[in-house]
Structure formats: structure tokens, C-alpha cells
Design a binder for this molecule. Structure first.
Ligand code: AMP
Length: 407
């Protein structure tokens, strides 16, 4: 399937070309036709599968082709970071349309957000708490919402947003199209589906290679020289309960441990150069929460099974995709929620591309806005982007074999 098969508005098809998207991802080829005919969707897809555009493109299509004006679409997401990603996807896909999108998240002035209502915004991307504040105070009216998306529903449940979501939905018109996306369709998600959706069609893509469910994976482009400084800033800026940091070599692990200790963090170290006793000690301290951070190399980390690791940070991109899956599998065990962050210098980009092909997931790129970057980070995944997971590598090889036979 190619994008022109989907029958999207020409301005949207043009945007997919400008984004260099060669073909719809599997979740997109399943969801977009269902969404275009107006049915509700219960979608099971992970971040990185292209799920955002699978609801963004049909919503923009409806807004462009159906009569109406003002605020007509609402997307509810669990976190501010995801709100920014979804807002960007609307902006990228809608860049040749006159439609406007805005986000309503905590930490931003109420007045500015209220102005969206009179400013001709068609789509709002919101986190539940702040949106509900606006609704309760009567500052926002949602009387004309025709399209509702609940994105990463399982994560919203884990974060305790169920009552807020119920309260928001009860204030929306009943006549609407609703799409719910979740990385897992656990029972609780099905419960939200039961009150939010009407006769939904199920769309589902399974990942070719599984990392633990519920892990959000992100890449921070950063030069080698600034990796330590970025890590320190991130640790200060984000609430990270227990962090496992992977480096490529023992020396790098030692140096990083010293730098982090100098900054006042409680840090342990685990690599093959330490005695068995030292390693057991480091593990123990980490497991019981006496140290917040454990810096480790791959080999030493094989046996780690600490529950409740909130973050895995790949200070260096692992040399092979299996190591990536193994490292990232450390998080997301106890809570089903965890973050895996990978620092990627330009020279490591081919390694990330290999991991993305292997897992069938394109990781979102992110930056820390408060950090003094020496080189502006490139937040676009490398182009051209194709998206067929495992088949990705097979097709060009098959073609080149045919070429060989012809000769
Ligand atoms: P998502 O799963 O929505 O977070 O998307 C992950 C990444 O895939 C984002 O960087 C998108 O820009 C990218 N993407 C979405 N759809 C496509 C496509 N059809 N082809 C290539 N890349 C895509």
C-alpha cells in the first residue's frame, strides 16, 4: 500500500511526501481506512509504530473535508512530552492546510491556553489534569468536539488518570468519533473502551521483536563531548528514582561514575574489573535504594534483575540490537512503565538505525530544552524512512539478487 491508495486530502498526501514517508506503516494502513469511514477504533500499537499519524491524518482529513469550524478535535495524552510529539505530528502532517493545533498541558499559563478557544484552533492536544481544570472552571467548552483520541491509554491508567478521563468524557458530545490507542489491551483498558467507544473496530500490530511492554523509548542526539553534561542535567531535571546507566567500556564506566559522584549523586559501579564482593555490594546498594544510580557495562549487567528500575540510560549506543533489547528489558518490569533513553552521537547513528530495523520501531528524538547544546541536535530520524520492520532489509536484498540473475 502507498499513501495515495488511502484517499487522503491532497494537502495531507503532499505532507507525507514532504516528510519523506514512502509508505504507510502497518498500523497506519489498518487504522486510516477505518478512521476515514468514521468508525470508532480500539488500537493496539506501541510508540514508534507510526500510531500518531494513524489518527492525525484521518482527523485532519475530516476537518478539511467536513463542514464546521472552531475546536472540533481533542487528543488526550498522559504526559507533556507526548503532547509535544503529537502536536508536532499535527503540525507536520497539516503543514499545507490552514488548520491550527495547540496543546493544553500543566506548567503553562492558564490565560494563554484560554486564548486558544477564541483563536481559531481546530485541534487541542491535552494532558488530563489541566484539561479538566479548564473544563471545570468553564473556561473551555467542548460542545463541538467531533473527534476524540485517547492516546497511550494504558499509561494514563498506570498514572491514575482514570477518574479524570471519565470526567472529561462525560462533558463531551455523545455524537463523536473516538479512537483509543494503547500499547497493551489489558482488562482495565477494555473497561475504558466500553464506556468511551461505540462498536469499535479493533486494529492491532504486533511488534516483530518484543521489548518489555510499557517502556517508552527515546533517543537524545548529543555529541560525545557533551554526554556527561547532558546526563547530569537530565538527572537534575527529571525525577528518576533508580537509574541504570550503560557504558561501552569499563574505563568509560569508571570515569562517568567519578563525574556523577563529584556532582553529589549516589552512584554504584558494576563491571568485570571489580571483584565479586564489590559487584555484590554495588547490586545490593542499588536494589535497596541506597544508591540511586548504577553505572554498568553490558557483560556485568547480564544477571541484573532489579525490580522497579525507573530509567535505563544508554550512555553509549549498544553495538548490537540484542544488547539493546536486553538492556531495555531491565526497566518496565515491576510497573509496566519505564523509560529507556539512548544518547546518540552522530557516529553512532548507524547503530541506532540497525536497532530500529531490528525492533521495527523508529524511536522519537528528543532534546532537553534547558541544556546548552554546543551543536543544535537534529530531532529528525535519518531519512529516507521506510517502515516495514523485519521485511525492511529483505526487499532490497531480494531485488539485488534478481539483478544478479539477470546478468
Ligand atoms: P509514533 O509511533 O507515532 O511515535 O512514530 C514514530 C516515528 O515514525 C516518528 O518519528 C514519525 O515521524 C515516524 N513515522 C510515522 N509514520 C511514518 C511513515 N509512514 N514512514 C516513515 N516514518 C514514519
Amino acid at each position: 500500500m502507498i499513501f495515495s491508495d488511502l484517499g487522503l486530502h491532497p494537502d495531507l498526501e503532499r505532507a507525507t511526501k514532504a516528510l519523506n514517508w514512502l509508505e504507510p506503516t502497518p498500523i497506519q494502513s489498518q487504522s486510516i481506512p477505518v478512521a476515514l469511514k468514521g468508525s470508532d477504533i480500539l488500537g493496539c500499537a506501541q510508540t514508534g509504530s507510526g500510531k500518531t499519524a494513524s489518527f492525525v491524518l484521518p482527523i485532519l482529513h475530516h476537518l478539511m473535508t467536513k463542514p464546521g469550524h472552531g475546536l472540533r478535535a481533542l487528543v488526550i495524552v498522559p504526559t507533556r512530552e507526548l503532547a509535544a510529539q503529537v502536536e508536532n505530528c499535527f503540525k507536520d502532517c497539516g503543514k499545507f492546510t490552514p488548520l491550527k493545533v495547540a496543546s493544553v498541558i500543566g506548567g503553562v499559563g492558564y490565560d494563554r491556553q484560554r486564548k486558544f478557544m477564541s483563536g481559531g484552533v481546530s485541534v487541542i492536544v491535552a494532558t488530563p489534569g489541566r484539561l479538566l481544570d479548564h473544563l471545570k472552571s468553564g473556561r473551555f467548552k467542548m460542545d463541538f468536539i467531533k473527534y476524540l483520541v485517547l492516546d497511550e491509554a494504558d499509561r494514563m491508567l498506570d498514572m491514575g488518570f482514570l477518574p479524570d478521563i471519565r470526567a472529561i468524557i462525560s462533558r463531551l458530545p455523545r455524537e463523536r468519533q473516538t479512537m483509543l490507542f494503547s500499547a497493551t489491551l489489558v482488562k482495565k483498558v477494555e473497561e475504558i473502551a466500553a464506556f468511551a467507544l461505540k462498536n469499535p473496530e479493533r486494529v492491532e500490530v504486533s511488534r516483530p521483536t518484543e521489548t518489555a511492554e510499557g517502556i517508552s523509548q527515546v533517543v537524545y542526539p548529543i555529541s560525545q563531548a557533551q554526554k556527561t553534561d547532558l546526563l547530569v542535567e537530565l538527572l537534575k531535571a527529571t525525577e528518576m528514582r533508580s537509574v541504570l546507566v550503560f557504558t561501552r567500556t569499563k574505563n568509560r564506566a569508571d570515569r562517568l561514575k567519578n563525574r556523577l559522584s563529584d556532582q553529589g549523586f549516589s552512584v554504584g559501579i558494576l563491571h568485570a574489573g571489580r571483584t565479586q564482593g564489590q559487584r555484590m555490594n554495588a547490586m545490593d546498594n542499588f536494589r535497596t535504594g541506597r544508591t540511586q544510580i548504577l553505572v554498568a557495562t553490558d557483560i556485568a549487567a547480564r544477571g541484573i534483575d532489579v525490580r522497579e528500575i525507573s530509567h535505563v540510560i544508554n550512555f553509549d549506543v549498544p553495538q548490537n540490537p540484542e544488547d539493546y533489547i536486553h538492556r531495555v528489558g531491565r526497566t518496565g518490569r515491576a510497573y509496566g512503565v519505564g523509560d529507556a533513553i539512548t544518547f546518540c552521537d552522530r557516529e553512532e547513528e548507524p547503530l541506532i538505525a540497525g536497532i530500529e530495523r531490528f525492533t521495527g520501531v523508529v524511536f522519537p528524538r528528543a532534546m532537553l530544552p534547558t541544556f546548552a547544546y554546543a551543536i543544535k541536535p537534529n530531532l529528525e530520524p535519518p531519512k529516507p524512512k521506510t517502515f516495514s520492520g523485519i521485511n525492511f532489509r529483505r526487499r532490497p536484498i531480494a531485488r539485488s539478487r534478481r539483478a544478479l540473475f539477470r546478468r
